[in-house]
Design a protein around this ligand. Structure first.
Ligand SMILES: [Zn+2]
Ligand SMILES: [Zn+2]
Length: 236
């Protein structure tokens, strides 16, 4: 079964699995993973059909994937398992998992995709691309995956056409290669909110740890000052 790459996003992994299982035929099939407009959330929430594609992955493996391949780095194992359950059993998490600050547009680097095609024989979306508008390797602007007019043939592509074009390098509409179909991510004041950069969530346990540490330090400083004051008094 296709393994997840270390730098691949969890969304990408599920998309690839869906292609493998033959259940990705129209943009709506991706519901919960990517919207028909190309919006992704920090974590996907899967329906039955999508869940079936990752049936070989148990909850602790999925928790590991969330730790490595989603913008939830650093959570402790308990939190990770909770998150894995949210991905698999999404009944009551729609609101908490879908707030507007936790969404961004899917995008990719053309040069990285070319490298992936040469080295592993297929392409995938990097977790890194959810955090930035530029490729950290090639220092170039990332490209949209959305519903748009392809520049090569002027044909309107839906999200899935554009996704397949991005993956293969060939326009899914006119089959011309050379990536003439794609367009760079363009961010201005109007659409800035569309491109929130997903940040890694702070692990819940360390906030508490941090607070205790600060309290302890403050206590030590207070005691130290007190001792100094007492010493000064006794010296007088
Ligand atoms: Zn790149
Ligand atoms: Zn075309």
């Amino acid at each position: 079964m296709a393994p997840i790459n270390s730098d691949e996003s969890i969304h990408s992994f599920i998309i690839r699995r869906m292609i493998l299982f033959g259940v990705l035929n129209k943009p709506r099939d991706l519901q919960g993973v990517v919207s028909p407009g190309g919006v992704v959330y920090g974590l996907p929430t899967l329906n039955n059909k999508q869940r079936a594609c990752i049936r070989d992955i148990d909850i602790s493996q999925l928790a590991e994937i969330i730790d490595t391949n989603a913008p939830y780095l650093g959570a402790d194992s308990k939190v990770r398992v909770q998150l894995a359950k949210l991905v698999l059993h999404n009944e009551n998490v729609e609101k908490s998992n879908r707030d507007s600050g936790n969404r961004t547009q899917l995008r990719y680097c053309i040069e990285c995709v070319k490298l992936q095609l040469r080295s592993v024989g297929y392409s995938y979306f990097k977790t890194d691309w959810l955090h930035t508008a530029e490729c950290s390797v090639h220092k170039t602007r990332l490209h949209h995956v959305s519903q748009l007019w392809h520049n090569c043939c002027g044909k309107r592509a839906n999200f899935l056409d554009n996704l397949m074009s991005a993956f293969t390098g060939y326009c899914a509409k006119c089959h011309i290669d050379g990536r003439g179909f794609s367009s760079e991510v363009f961010i201005d004041e109007r659409n800035r909110a569309q491109y929130f950069y997903l940040r890694n969530d702070k692990p819940a346990f360390s906030e508490e740890k941090n607070r205790l540490l600060l309290e302890k330090t403050a206590e030590l400083v207070r005691k130290h000052k007190l001792r100094l004051a007492q010493n000064r008094k006794s010296l007088r």
